[in-house]
Design a protein around this ligand. Structure first.
Ligand code: FAD
Length: 416
């Protein structure tokens, strides 16, 4: 069923009784051409593009929980392509271009809102770094504007410009950045994939990867053995656990990242704002709540919840940027598991195990990548060759010393 203004009207007249479920709940077949482990944004998008762009429809997405229960439904919804490095920028710009046409493409309202993102800077050195980033973006054809303090003050008069430790000097703006309703992205891709014949199988945890003569032949699951010709892993925070089932040790650590939502307020933050002197980012949802986040919890974990010390730390950074935040009540918070790679950049690559493909290492920033990640992973699975924009996102780059160290932090996964 295609969604349109007409279908809305007609269904309204019929008492909304005729809406078909957005996707089926099939039992698994015994064999698929491609199985994708993980019904998050990346797994569902990959299945969608496999069917739509490459005509491979005998595909299953296996999700241990319900779709959207992982990070795709837990993130702070920010999209942007303000990257510095050659290995990242064209890929994230591809993602942003795909976001721009996504709702029409998969016929689902994902509330894509290009309300802009502004990264504040607080020192001469940081201004120089942001200028360099802005120039690199422009050289790649990506929009970037450097704003001085007065231009920022006009947009956001309530920030603490004269903070003794972190005075605001200006900001780097990407006006095409913004927010997207995250769970709708999972639903839109799930529906689009299902319509093209992909089986989305929920409550189906993968518990083992079967190999014969070194080749992957299928997976052991909560619903029994399911065979496949190719196996794609898109398990985000659980990537290392799943890869271990095929004897692979991944160059990544899992950490908790928390997100927070305040009580509803009248509109006062138009776009996304990030604090440059600490880790804090905030936007305002359409319901009025401030949606914000900051640093990771500092320890490795597979739990989808964090600790109070980090809540205090994040809120402190927020208050240094917006003093008025101290008057706002926090409504709720949650956590998600981040697959932090050693250089902060992702991996979309074949693995040394035959028929096994990996999509992982998204750290803090995988939501914005979802459409490009899905398309490029589908490309890899279909053609056995990397998409042009993911040539550097190799698994063996850590061995070869070709890191994509966007932040220049070195091999320190919890700092990216
Ligand atoms: C609090 C928070 C804020 C964030 N904010 C942003 C942001 O503003 N912008 C941005 O770009 N990114 C953000 N991110 C990061 C982003 O959400 C992730 O990088 C991205 O969602 C990961 O890809 P995914 O959607 O496929 O992951 P997920 O949705 O986590 O999908 C992976 C799926 O695999 C399933 N799975 C795991 N193991 C198995 C198994 N054995 N068998 C079957 N299924 C399995 C999981 O249940 C899960 O559903 C944030 C993350 C968090 C937690």
């Amino acid at each position: 069923m295609r969604y349109s203004a007409l279908s809305l009207l007609l269904n309204g007249f019929r008492g909304n009784k005729d809406w078909a479920p957005a996707w089926r709940h099939p039992e698994p077949k015994s064999h698929y051409d491609v199985i994708i482990v993980g019904g998050g944004g990346h797994g569902l998008a990959a299945a969608y593009y496999l069917a739509k762009e490459f005509g491979i429809k005998n595909v299953a997405v296996l999700e241990k929980n319900y779709i959207g229960s992982g990070n795709v439904g837990r993130n702070t919804t920010i999209i942007r392509s303000n990257y510095l490095l050659e290995g990242n920028n064209p890929f994230y710009e591809l993602a942003l271009k795909l976001w721009e046409g996504l709702e029409q493409d998969f016929n689902f309202n994902a509330m894509i809102s290009q309300r802009g993102i502004l990264n504040l800077f607080h020192s001469d050195a940081q201004r120089d770094a942001y200028t360099r980033r802005g120039n690199a973006m422009r050289l790649h054809g990506v929009d970037a504007d450097l704003l001085d303090r007065e231009a920022v003050r006009k947009m956001l008069p309530f920030l603490d410009y004269d903070n003794a430790r972190f005075p605001i000097q200006g900001g780097l703006a990407q006006r095409r950045g913004g927010t997207v309703r995250h769970d709708a992205v999972a639903w839109g891709y799930a529906r689009g994939a299902d319509m093209r014949g992909v089986d989305i199988i929920q409550n189906c945890e993968v518990t083992g990867i079967r190999r014969e003569n070194g080749k992957v032949t299928g997976v052991e699951t909560a619903k029994g053995f399911i065979g496949c010709t190719k196996l794609g892993l898109a398990a985000a925070g659980n990537s290392s656990r799943v890869a271990e089932m095929a004897g692979l040790k991944l160059p990544m650590e899992s950490h908790v990242l928390q997100a927070f939502v305040s009580e509803g307020l009248k509109p006062f933050i138009d776009g996304v704002v990030t604090f440059g002197a600490g880790h804090f980012y905030v936007s305002q949802s359409d319901k009025g709540g401030l949606v914000f986040g900051g640093d990771l919890d500092g320890y490795n974990s597979y739990a989808q919840r964090g600790n109070l010390a980090t809540v205090e730390h994040v809120v402190e950074a927020g208050k240094a940027m917006i003093p008025g935040l101290s008057r706002v009540r926090l409504l709720r918070s949650w956590g998600g598991i981040m697959d932090m790679s050693m250089d902060g950049s992702p991996i979309i690559d074949r693995t040394p195990v035959e028929n096994l493909y990996l999509n992982a290492g998204w750290c803090y920033g995988g939501f914005k990548a979802t459409p490009a990640s899905g398309l490029c992973f589908a490309h890899l699975l279909a053609k056995d060759a990397p998409h042009d924009t993911t040539r550097q996102m190799r698994l063996d780059r850590f061995e070869r010393g070709y890191l994509i160290d966007e932040k220049g932090q070195g091999s320190q996964p919890n700092l990216h």
